[in-house]
Design a protein around this ligand. Structure first.
Ligand code: BEZ
Ligand code: FE
Length: 289
């Protein structure tokens, strides 16, 4: 096409695609370019503004490293990670939520009833529940990969003072599907905001805070792997999570209980002398089709 105009350029783009290209790639590229062109037309985008957009992408690439995933963070704060999650989560299973960049693979095994708190200060949190299928049956042998921040608001991978698997554990449940562990109550924290994503947050008048949460990846043969989080119902950032990860069914009561009610069969049984917090959170996995 020689006579490309601002009105026909989108159709011209589509006409340049090969007839024999994969159908799904055609669908995605056509839609992406349609929306990009419409965005430029609707906002009457200027050269300076588009250059700022390109500079944002270049800034993300420049800061990207093994420990810093700025493009993923951009996808998180723009709500795209959560939207893609919700498009593919199963209605009758526990909601999924963002993975985030701080999970460390290869966590050491944590026995059912085990402790992740170790010598860290703060009240004990007892987290427990049952991994179930959508019919309510316990899933024997399910595996939960657990991770969270230390009381200083940092994940082990961000903090040289912690060992790399601090507040990480891999638990395999028994025939009753029950998991239980002790830890400290996670704290709210900020996502990294010293790079281009921080510039976007500031430009939009947004803060970088996430409500406190425990992260789980739950796996079992024959079931869809679930990446999720559990939040306490009294967290001040629940209604303004900067990465849009909160779902109704992931918000739980962290109940304060007297030390005398601490259960037997836990690594800390007999050692809890002050009131502790307890959260019950059952996880429902969808069948893998
Ligand atoms: C997190 O929960 O660890 C997280 C999620 C998205 C972006 C940054 C952190
Ligand atoms: Fe997190």
């Amino acid at each position: 096409m020689r006579n490309v105009t601002k009105d026909n350029i989108t159709d011209v783009f589509k006409s340049y695609m090969a007839d024999d290209m994969p159908a799904r790639t055609r669908e995605i590229m056509s839609s992406l370019v349609q929306h990009l062109h419409d965005f430029a037309r609707e906002t009457n985008l200027t050269h300076d503004e588009w250059r700022q957009g390109i500079a944002f992408l270049e800034g993300c690439a420049a800061i990207e490293s093994e420990d810093r995933h700025e493009f993923v963070l951009a996808s998180d704060v723009l709500g795209v990670s959560s939207l893609v999650d919700m498009l593919h989560s199963s209605d009758d299973a526990t909601s999924s939520s963002v993975l985030g960049p701080f999970h460390v693979s290869g966590a050491p095994p944590l026995a059912v009833g085990g402790d992740m708190k170790r010598d860290f200060g703060g009240p004990v949190l007892l987290a427990q529940g049952v991994i179930r299928d959508t019919e309510g049956n316990p899933i024997a042998g399910a595996e939960i990969d657990i991770w969270q921040t230390a009381p200083n608001g940092l994940y082990a991978s961000q903090d040289d003072a912690q060992d790399i698997f601090s507040f990480h554990g891999l638990m395999t449940v028994g025939n009753d599907g029950r998991y239980a562990f002790t830890t400290v109550k996670p704290v709210e924290y900020t996502v990294p905001s010293d790079g281009p994503v921080g510039d976007i947050l500031r430009a939009c008048g947004r803060h970088p805070w996430r409500p406190s949460h425990l992260h789980y990846i739950v796996k079992a043969p024959g079931f869809r792997t679930l990446v999720t989080e559990v939040f306490p119902e009294d967290d001040p950032y629940l209604d303004q999570d900067t990465v849009f990860g909160v779902r109704d069914d992931l918000v739980m009561k962290y109940e304060e209980k007297p030390a005398s009610s601490f259960p037997d069969g836990m690594a800390l049984s007999g050692k809890v002398t002050a009131p502790y917090l307890a959260v019950d959170f059952d996880v429902i996995l969808a069948q893998d089709n």
